[in-house]
Design a protein around this ligand. Structure first.
Ligand code: B3K
Ligand code: ZN
Length: 880
């Protein structure tokens, strides 16, 4: 057991910093094994803070302290104290220069926080609290300073030396070393510091900003990857233009740099002027990356770029405000992707992610508000609640204000808070001040955890042509928050007539002349609301929560006919898709309860209509025709029946394949790829639809289906089609699958990102022996516990994306995961803790699985010296 349970940090304890740092001058003497860091800090007392005991405490971890001096005077050991987390100088004046000299060991840093080795290069990751592993500092985001950085290193091993801002000088030193100096003119919090050193190739282009300034754009990668940067560069330029047009935001330095590294804990990092990326989100060529990878690169490049304004110029006062930058930036990147691609399909995929990850989190032991109130390890709070639900909360404000007013409000936010470290409350105040609206009740979205449930009932009164929507809201209790108040939310609705036409949306008491058709936003505030529409000659079918206007679970007493009707006629892409999902969910849950149950023929007819709807967007048709995921279905059951859900999915897929074999085959053939790869919404949609039809044909064991897969696998020139065929062949099993896997490995063994796919396709296969295979693959020469992408592609994929095998009744999956977590925790606590989250919803399973999972979590918790990361998740997961 963890002997001294670590103390939580609480929002209510926030105090302004007692000292401020205006200027930071860093000097690095770099090498892989030993790096020396000298930091000169210009410090002054913060006039806005209360005076302490006259001492100054700086954070520092895993640092070996060599020297401390104040204003040129070396301190004796009696004048300071050092422990494993901090350096305290016992007496300091009101203004002074503090010099510290430390040394660190980058090559031994497996946690990938602070300065560490990735392949042959050195790189940094400082968010949230990694800077303290580089030097002693006031490592909190509300301390913003200007930095200069001097880097000395061996000229041959580290020819490229990068840091934030603009280069000041570069010159050779004695003994084969060289020096580069950088200066960042913008004050920034320490978490945005970055340094990169290595032998890197660069792709360079320029961008002219709206005001006519020329900005150098550089993407640095390992030399063998120089041929995979085009898409990232194009995406960056699109993002820069979009931010100018949509938000009036221009880039502010002369240089914008991106570096791709192969060892990285998450997606990417928005360091000022020097974004560091997991190479998965930079490198893409049609032969090596799927359409989803291309979309991922475009989205993440944009996300990190957008942080320059939402995160860097305006940052967070403290880490409880993380969603201030993350929620808003995710909203911005979602809208960018919607504008670049297909708006409807982008929204659907965002909602799919939200429902699968965030709704599950909100319903489990780690549930927390968008603005959490306490944490043990902040790295555990880079969650889909802070990111994706946070984005929904910004989206709702944009919807309530409307586009013009929302733009005025964001302008005000950028103007009012530029250069400051602020709170989510400050953001909402800007929305209020620009719109004149009162968002007091709306603020509850930041403070209250849990997914609200919305129950909607519609009643048509033929006598007076009225249609009344009754809306009830309720948010279930979450850990530590038993009582919830009602939320203010926008409910976007439309009303459809018999032939699918849009009916007028006139509320009782409104003028007929102003009645809108199409979509109308209803504002829900109370626990019970009624909206009475008038002037309707027929019973309408309501289209509810269009565009997913609020992150809620909607319940409505739709008949199967209503859902089929919406699936065919709704003009809102999201609502169409959602109707299809609800219908399929009904059928699948019915099959879970009674596997032999028949599937209504009307369903096949509706499915067929969409499949053959040549006027419809292929990408949207593919989304509509994709069955809900197993985890989402699991969420809909009181007690999760993993095997039942898996069988139901297989069975429905097979029945669709059998029933519609000829149509599926004709669509498959019609969408055949011709010409070179194109990254356009239409081409992506065609590939998605084609590969979906192939999966149904395979599920039904259609004659020739295996041949189609093999041919596609052999002939395709793009990774999307290759992967789709490979996945189906591997799931099908037998020689065809094994041969394809072997051929794939031979072809791509020199491309680590493609080999990640090779690992995860095996880990997510539904074959019964998959765990054995995963265990075997851990001893493969290409597997390494030290590379997070590899760990995610094998262990992460098995535990999160293969529910039926991970939750095997004998508990072997759970044992395997617990063993891996214990193995990883001393190496990389962030990755270990993330993996643990796949057992956090243990209470939702049958008693036998509950006992097995609980025992494994308890086994983890019983280990001495767990990281704070794993401790926090394990302890909260077992709490009552
Ligand atoms: N801000 C970083 C995430 C840092 C995670 C630290 N554990 C990437 C992003 O959201 O853009
Ligand atoms: Zn971000």
């Amino acid at each position: 057991m963890y002997r001294d349970a670590p103390h939580p940090t609480r929002l209510e304890d926030y105090r302004p910093p007692e000292f401020l740092i205006d200027q930071v001058d860093l000097h690095f003497d770099l090498d892989l094994d030993l790096t020396r860091v000298a930091a000169e800090l210009t410090i002054r007392r913060n006039p806005a803070a209360t005076r302490g005991d006259g001492s100054l405490t700086l954070q520092g971890e895993q640092l070996a302290l060599d020297q401390v001096a104040i204003d040129g005077h070396l301190l004796t050991p009696a004048e300071y104290r050092v422990d494993t987390e901090s350096l305290t100088v016992l007496r300091v004046p009101d203004r002074f220069r503090l010099l510290t000299r430390v040394h660190i060991h980058p090559a031994r840093n497996t946690a990938l926080e602070g300065l560490y080795q990735s392949g042959e290069m050195l790189c940094t990751q400082c968010e949230a609290e990694g800077f303290r592993r580089i030097t002693y500092f006031l490592d909190r985001p509300d301390v913003m300073a200007r930095y200069t950085v001097t880097i000395d290193a061996n000229r041959v091993r580290f020819p490229v030396l990068l840091s934030n801002g603009n280069p000041l000088e570069a010159r050779d030193l004695e003994g084969g070393r060289h020096r580069v100096r950088w200066e960042d003119p913008f004050p920034k919090p320490s978490y945005l510091f970055a340094l990169i050193a290595g032998e890197l190739g660069v792709v360079e282009e320029t961008f002219t900003t709206a005001s006519g300034r020329s900005v150098g754009l550089r993407i640095y990668v390992e030399p063998q990857n120089l041929d995979k940067c085009d898409h990232a560069m194009r995406s960056l330029k699109k993002a820069m233009r979009w931010d100018e047009e949509r938000y009036g935001r221009e880039y502010d330095l002369d240089l914008f740099m991106i570096v791709a590294v192969s060892h990285f804990n998450m997606g990417a990092m928005e360091n000022k002027g020097l974004n560091v990326f997991n190479d998965k989100f930079v490198l893409a060529r049609p032969e090596t990356a799927t359409d989803q990878d291309f979309l991922g690169v475009e989205g993440v490049i944009a996300h990190e770029y957008f942080h320059n304004w939402t995160g860097n110029r305006i940052t967070c006062r403290d880490w409880f405000q993380l969603s201030l930058k993350e929620g808003f930036t995710v909203f911005r990147d979602q809208e960018f992707s919607a504008d670049m691609g297909s708006r409807g399909v982008t929204r659907i995929s965002d909602v799919r992610t939200l429902r699968a990850a965030q709704f599950a989190e909100d319903g489990g032991p780690m549930a927390h508000p968008v603005r959490p109130t306490s944490y043990i390890e902040i790295n555990n709070f880079y969650t889909s609640t802070v990111y994706e639900k946070g984005a929904e909360v910004v989206r709702m404000q944009a919807t309530l204000l409307g586009p013009e007013v929302f733009r005025r409000a964001t302008d005000l936010y950028f103007e009012r808070h530029d250069g400051q470290a602020v709170t989510t409350d400050d953001f909402v105040t800007c929305m209020e001040d620009a719109s004149g609206r009162d968002l007091t009740q709306f603020r509850r979205w930041y403070a209250q955890a849990g997914t609200p449930q919305l129950r909607v009932k519609g009643e048509y009164a033929a006598a007076d042509g009225s249609y009344t929507l009754t809306v009830r809201q309720h948010t279930p209790a979450t850990p530590g928050q038993p009582q919830k108040g009602p939320l203010h939310l926008p409910l976007a609705v439309g009303l459809l007539g018999r032939d699918g036409e849009a009916l007028p949306l006139r509320l009782d008491g409104e003028d007929e002349a102003v009645a809108t058709r199409g979509t109308r936003i209803l504002e829900v505030r109370a626990a019970l609301e009624r909206f009475r529409f008038v002037g309707l000659q027929e019973r309408p079918v309501p289209s509810l929560l269009r565009g997913f206007s609020a992150p809620v679970k909607l319940q409505c007493d739709f008949t199967d006919d209503d859902l089929q009707f919406l699936m065919a006629h709704d003009t809102d892409g999201f609502a169409r898709w959602d109707a299809a999902q609800s219908l399929m969910q009904r059928i699948l849950l019915g099959l879970v309860a009674s596997p032999r149950k028949s599937v209504p023929t009307a369903f096949f007819a509706a499915f067929r209509d969409t499949l053959l709807d040549a006027r419809g967007e292929p990408a949207l048709r593919a989304e509509v025709l994709t069955l809900p995921g197993e985890s989402y279905l699991a969420d809909q059951m009181a007690v999760v029946d993993v095997d039942g859900i898996h069988r139901a999915g297989e069975s429905l897929r097979r029945r669709i394949g059998e029933e519609l074999a000829a149509d599926l085959l004709s669509v498959y053939t019609a969408q055949a790829e011709s010409g070179p790869y194109a990254f356009t919404p239409a081409a992506i949609g065609r590939r998605a639809l084609k590969n979906l039809t192939l999966s149904y044909l395979m599920a039904a064991d259609a004659p020739n289906a295996v041949t189609l897969c093999r041919d596609q696998f052999a002939a395709a020139h793009n990774m999307t089609d290759v992967m789709a065929a490979l996945r189906l062949l591997v799931d099908h099993g037998g020689a065809a699958g094994e041969e394809a896997l072997a051929a794939f490995y031979d072809r791509w063994s020199a491309q680590p990102l493609v080999i990640d796919k090779w690992f995860s396709i095996q880990a997510t296969s539904s074959r019964a022996d998959v765990l054995e295979r995963v265990v075997g693959l851990m001893t493969h020469a290409d597997f390494s516990m030290r590379n997070p992408n590899r760990v995610r592609s094998l262990i992460g994929a098995f535990c999160t994306a293969n529910p039926v095998r991970f939750h095997a009744a004998d508990g072997a999956g759970y044992r395997f995961l617990a063993d891996r977590i214990l193995e990883l925790d001393p190496l990389n606590p962030q990755i270990a803790s993330r993996l643990l989250k796949s057992m956090s919803r243990w209470r939702r399973y049958d008693p036998a699985r509950q006992a097995l999972m609980r025992a494994e979590i308890a086994r983890i918790l019983a280990v001495d010296a767990l990281s704070k990361d794993v401790y926090e998740v394990a302890a909260k997961t077992l709490e009552d």
